[in-house]
Design a protein around this ligand. Structure first.
Ligand code: ADP
Ligand code: MG
Length: 598
């Protein structure tokens, strides 16, 4: 049985760090950058030769020469020393340009987005003008006007990157401006400047950080480009780009002169980008496991062995020792911890437990529908009519969904397509698995809608989900589940979103369908009242384990487990509310006032 290898860290910060470190590539980027940074900070105290001291007797020495670890350039200058000092310049320029672009871009974006109207139009047209020119051409023009020097290259690079920040931040600010907390801040008397600074800015900060981390590598590359063309660092000073430019003439006779700065540029840009991607994933809660996630077609299955079916052979559904985990970075949390149950043909099994006990995860695992990552089946087996579901290929499993096992979910408004009429949706459900013509499918769909008791089913055929009541929508959900005559229907809290009378109608419908069609049902709920009405047997689930199973009446009359007791006790009974309130009042108020106040 699997267990929780480590519990969620108590500090948010610690978990963010572990997320970043769980992303191997981002960690690699971080390590390279840290090494470079330490070297650059230590440069002044390192026993390096003068990077600008020429010595024509020692021109173009190859790497590993005595005194010159990386060799020398055409003027006999030490390449190691030039590399370290040059990298320092490139880093400072790249990072300063990023900060400048971020500062001005954010300012423009905030003002344009917040002020709206004419201010917005004017600022955005200016930004558009910047964006209208090809990027590097614009930088070239700016440097040509200002004159070639490193500081002018820095300005040019910063200016051409302002639009990226400005556009991003403006879009976000427009969205934030409408939010209630901004209105509340205005009502509390804050002026526009304070609102921008204390309400809007903190909310766009993560995006600024992400944009910066992904653009800084780019900026280093652009600065190098300008220097390579001779528009940046001027001799004898060097940055990586100008070193690359100087090595150009000796590309074939002494390739190390250009390879040394080239490799450094590559390492820096790659590390910044990897780290930037890592930071973006880390700050995005949907990417909690630290890597790009896209759910696969079926839940990952990674189990040591496939246990054999062990119940009676009239079982339609058998779940044997099922274990399901959720991974998050290096952490692994068990949601379902080795549960077994079976449902016989024509039977209704109730799966009951409080919220978070693992009922939905169990239900979804049966058809491999738990999202992977982060979910993973780490043990056990699922047999439907004798066939093991989790060893099927995704496309085989896809075939079984809807025909062998169908689902009814809690909220039909979110499971029905809002822009397709209900009739069409039922037709699609029918045609997904049956080779019927449109005409035949429509006849079947009408019959289905009729059988689930939609009043005026004929006329309602072209209605859209929003035109139906909650109960009617759930009836459509049931019709779609019935569409392909599945062996078993799994209903996951189908009545929780409905009010009590509608719930009673839906339960009556399910009862009726069971009688007429001999439906086999796995019914999930947190409410013993519902179980008592519809289920033959019940399995009580708690924290990923089944603590008690038995006939419904038997469990209701003589619950064995203390948790079952509490679940049964939590069903409200008519007329008991007042005595409960009196009990509470006695606990918390002085005697005489308690009775009066009720
Ligand atoms: P319920 O019994 O209310 O249906 P669930 O089966 O949905 O409960 O959830 C069981 C446990 O699995 C919960 O502790 C929940 O936090 C966890 N869980 C569910 N889905 C995910 C997910 N996508 N990522 C991480 N944990 C999840
Ligand atoms: Mg649930």
């Amino acid at each position: 049985m699997s267990q929780t290898t480590s519990l969620a860290p108590t500090r948010h910060r610690a978990s963010l760090w572990s997320l970043l470190l769980a992303n191997r590539l981002a960690t690699l980027g971080l390590i390279i950058l840290l090494l470079v940074l330490i070297t650059e900070l230590a440069a002044p105290v390192m026993p390096l030769q003068d990077p600008d001291a020429t010595n024509l007797l020692q021109r173009l020495l190859p790497p590993m020469s005595p005194n010159h670890l990386l060799g020398t350039d055409p003027l006999g200058r030490d390449l190691l020393s030039r590399l370290i000092w040059g990298t320092r310049v490139s880093l400072v320029v790249g990072i300063s340009a990023t900060l400048m672009a971020a500062l001005f871009g954010t300012f423009i974006g905030l003002v344009a987005g917040y002020a709206g109207g004419r201010t917005d139009s004017v600022l955005m047209r200016l930004i558009d003008m910047l964006m209208a020119f090809p990027y590097i051409l614009l930088a070239l023009v700016i440097v040509a006007v200002l004159g070639p020097s490193l500081i002018n290259a820095l300005y040019a690079i910063a200016v051409v990157n302002i639009p990226f920040f400005a556009r991003n931040i403006r879009g976000l600010t427009i969205g934030l401006r409408q939010r209630d907390f901004i209105h509340a801040a205005r009502l509390s008397g804050k002026n526009h400047f304070q609102i921008l600074l204390t309400e809007v800015l903190p909310n766009v900060l993560p995006v600024i950080v992400i944009t910066m981390s992904t653009t800084v590598g780019w900026m280093i590359l652009e600065t190098a480009g300008l220097s390579f063309l001779g528009l940046g660092a001027q001799p004898p000073a060097a940055d990586l780009g100008s070193m690359l430019g100087q090595g150009r003439a000796q590309m074939f006779s002494a390739p190390h002169v250009s390879l040394v700065p080239g490799i450094m540029i590559f390492l820096l840009v790659m590390s910044f980008n990897l780290l930037g991607d890592g930071i973006r994933d880390m700050l995005d809660p949907r990417m909690k496991s630290g890597v790009q996630l896209r759910a696969s077609e079926m839940t990952d299955v990674n189990r040591p062995a496939i246990p054999a079916a062990r119940f009676a052979n009239d079982a339609v559904l058998e779940v044997v020792d099922l274990e399901v985990d959720f991974r998050s970075g290096t952490r692994r949390q068990a949601a379902v911890k080795g549960i077994s149950f079976s449902v016989r043909a024509g039977e209704c099994l109730g799966l009951i437990g409080e919220s978070g006990s693992g009922k939905s995860v169990t239900a979804l695992s049966i058809m491999g529908l738990v999202a992977s990552p982060p979910g993973e089946v780490s043990g056990g087996a699922v047999y439907v009519s004798g066939e093991e579901m989790l060893s099927l290929t995704p496309s085989q499993l896809q075939q079984r969904r809807g025909t062998r096992v169908a689902y009814i979910f809690q909220d039909p408004l979110t499971t029905l397509h809002p822009q397709i009429s209900i009739g069409q949706q039922v037709i699609e459900a029918v045609q997904a698995h049956q080779p019927l013509s449109r005409r035949q499918a429509e006849i079947k769909a009408r019959a289905l809608l009729d059988s689930v008791g939609i009043p005026d089913a004929g006329k309602r055929f072209t209605a859209y989900p929003h035109q139906l009541s909650g109960g009617q929508r759930q009836r459509v959900g049931i019709a779609m589940a019935l569409a392909n005559d599945p062996d078993i229907i799994i209903a996951d809290e189908p009545t929780t979103a409905l009010d009590v009378t509608v719930q009673a109608h839906i339960l009556a419908l399910l009862q009726q369908l069971r009688r007429e069609r001999g439906l086999t049902l796995l019914f999930i709920t947190h409410d013993f009242g519902v179980i008592a009405q519809i289920c033959d047997r019940v399995a009580v689930m708690r924290q990923g384990e089944i603590v008690e199973t038995g006939d419904t009446q038997q469990v209701l009359n003589a619950p064995q487990h203390e948790y079952t007791h509490r679940l049964i006790a939590s069903v409200p009974k008519l007329g008991q509310g007042r005595s409960f309130l009196q009990h509470v009042a006695r606990l918390y108020m002085p005697n005489n006032t308690a009775e009066k106040s009720l």
